[in-house]
Design a binder for this molecule. Sequence first.
Ligand SMILES: [Zn+2]
Length: 199
Amino acid sequence: MDPVAFHARVLAHADADGRLPRPPEIPTVEIFPYETGGLRTVPVAPLVLPEPARHGEDAASCGCGNGLPAKAFWADDAWFLSPLPDLGLPGVMLNARAHVDLEDLDDALAADLGVLTVRISRALMGLGGIGRVHVYRWGDGSAHLHVWFFARPAGFLQLRGSSLADWSELLPPMPAAELADLRGAVARELATWRGEVRR
Ligand SMILES: [Zn+2]
């Protein structure tokens, strides 16, 4: 992969302002949270290499060496669950306890991640009223491995798919008691497999 060639190819496809052509119809308009009438594409920004450091690139600045955070509501020796930031959506966040990113996981931790992904998704679906569980690992903001699990409420079809993160900027906060119930249910379900409910 040559990022310079990739970027040059994209720019060659853009107009004089560096804007990519807008398709006649936006394929994701059904799930896009904004009206698209006046929408135009942004100019393609210059390549930034090397990339700027993310939050917590090294263990000291990450803060993960200070032990299990108080917000953890389930944990075993290698993983813990924490609340999602307040994004107006039900869900949980899975975190590694060691200072690792996805590519640092050995085979045993990678296998854990597979089992945890399935079990957390199943526990969230088991709450009822959930249409789908969305699993995201971006890692562009914070270096320490964290995986997002969003439980999309059933029937709210605009929240399907890749625009959910954009919707999360708009949704009102979830009731705290409802989120606490959700976290308790997921923690108890995981604890039937491994680890323990923390609070
Ligand atoms: Zn860390």
